[in-house]
Design a protein around this ligand. Structure first.
Ligand code: COA
Length: 447
């Protein structure tokens, strides 16, 4: 940008150009790996008929959803995210230790802190990566991709893992037929890598309209009491105004994709595939209509997984790639929308050509790093517990051990003394008995 176009130049003190600040060649962020993981447990529309007053026909015609996946007891947002990430690293043929940054988009983290991203970082053994979670509900994955691509373009990082992961079944109100039929669990991940080769992520549009915050909510720790006492909302439960969200979604999908296309001089007709957030088949069909593209160019797997929020786009992307629906040179658009209200669109030139040979070569090393990570986890945690003791705690602990040992020593010593005493007494008694037997009395001696 020239000085005359720089809106802030008049307010800034001109900093020095340091010797290390060399002008960098332009960098492009490419998607080089992808993967997905869903729980095995399937919940069909028929299964739902036993839970709430609904039926397969209503769910199918209003949403297009036939079944969704539900996390088992042992599965968490972190475990699903980790498995999806491992698959994406396999496709990218990258070691966990080569990652610079991990971003997890999720609305269902296990903790507010630590972030799910930090837990994934630990499980992968990505020891050189920064990690944070990103909260933008169902738009989260596209937001996270944009943040990752921007960091790659600045040259501050080169290899980023972006994950969308959810266990929505744990926050769904299973008594509310208007919402529980929609959501499912799963995770999808991509690996982004910087390169001077043009292509990859071309443009993006991120938007928010907080006036619609109450159309889709999931209250958590610091929610106001008044909000929770209205009889409609509950802590850690999804609330949704379905019609309001439907109207919002159908308005923003087409608009935002067109805006992202305009940024790079493309038209909807240039799109080879659109991968929208998988919320409702009617919304997906509507997207095709507004963009005036055939429905086959809008990817859908909502029938099999339902709405998996931040995970839905990367899951759909991984499936589309596996099915051969995307090939090198294709122009692909992602569009997400959801709570916030937030929405985000992105245009990508697909450049990945995965190499099977390299994949097998480094697979073992990746497995080694995962194994090392699990050993390191327990050793480091044990060691940290020791190290976390303050010097005073160390001194008090050492004193306690010394005092205990001294007391044990004293006890043992007195025990030994008593035993010796008893032995001596016993020996003394038997000696005197023997001498009494052996020595003649004075009278006997005289005689
Ligand atoms: N089974 C049977 N009937 C149901 C039902 C269910 N699971 N859920 C609601 N109904 C009933 C309602 O009670 C209502 O009955 P009534 O007319 O007697 O009051 C009727 O069906 C219509 O309800 P309505 O909410 O108007 O349905 P809809 O056509 O708007 O469809 C959604 C509901 C949720 C499918 C739809 O609004 C939607 O998809 N919205 C967007 C949701 C979304 O994408 N959310 C995530 C964004 S990230």
């Amino acid at each position: 940008m020239s000085d005359s176009n720089d809106r802030s130049s008049h307010r800034l003190y001109p900093g020095r150009v340091l010797a290390g600040q060399k002008p960098r060649p332009p960098r492009y962020a490419h998607i080089v790996g992808w993967g997905m993981e869903v729980p095995e447990q399937v919940l069909t529309n028929r299964d739902l008929e036993a839970i709430v007053d609904t039926n397969d026909e209503w769910i199918t015609t209003r949403t297009g959803i036939k079944e969704r996946r539900i996390a088992a007891q042992h599965e968490t947002t972190t475990t699903l995210a980790t498995r999806a990430a491992q698959k994406a690293l396999d496709v990218a043929d990258i070691l966990p230790s080569e990652l610079d940054l991990i971003i997890v988009a999720t609305a269902t983290p296990e903790h507010i802190f630590p972030s799910t991203a930090s837990l994934v970082q630990d499980r992968l053994g990505a020891t050189n990566a920064g990690a944070f979670d990103l909260s933008a509900a169902c738009s989260g994955f596209v937001y996270a991709l944009d943040v990752a691509a921007s960091k790659i373009r600045t040259g501050s990082v080169n290899t980023v893992l972006v994950i969308g992961a959810e266990t929505l079944s744990r926050v769904v109100d299973w008594a509310d037929r208007g919402t529980c039929i929609l959501f499912g669990d799963g995770a999808g991940a991509v690996v982004l890598e910087g390169s001077s080769v043009p292509g990859g992520i071309l443009s993006s549009v991120l938007r928010s309209d907080g006036t619609g915050w109450d159309l889709l909510t999931l209250p958590t720790v610091s929610s106001r009491d008044t909000y929770l006492q209205d009889g409609q909302h509950e802590m850690h439960r999804i609330y949704m105004d379905g019609r309001g969200v439907f109207r919002f979604a159908t308005r923003v999908i087409g608009e935002s994709i067109k805006e992202a296309l305009e940024q790079v001089g493309l038209q909807p007709d240039d799109l080879d595939l659109v991968i929208p957030h998988q919320a409702n088949q009617r919304i997906i069909v509507y997207a095709a209509k507004t963009l005036k593209i055939p429905e086959e160019r809008v990817y859908s797997n909502v029938a099999r997984y339902g709405n998996t929020s931040a995970a839905s786009i990367p899951i759909a992307l991984a499936e589309a790639a596996a099915e051969g629906r995307i090939k090198a040179g294709d122009i692909v658009a992602f569009v997400g929308f959801g709570g916030g209200l937030t929405w985000a669109a992105m245009v990508v030139e697909w450049t990945a050509v995965p190499s099977k040979q390299a994949y097998t070569l480094t697979r073992g090393r990746r497995k080694g790093e995962y194994a090392l990570a699990s050993v390191r986890r327990s050793v480091v945690r044990w060691w940290r517990r020791l190290m976390l003791l303050s010097p005073t705690t160390w001194i008090v602990a050492a004193r306690r051990v010394l005092t205990q040992q001294r007391a044990q020593f004293r006890e043992r010593r007195s025990e030994l003394r008593e035993r010796a005493q008893r032995v001596m007494e016993r020996e003394g008694r038997s000696k005197s008995d023997r001498s009494a037997d052996a020595e003649p009395s004075d009278k006997e001696a005289r005689e």
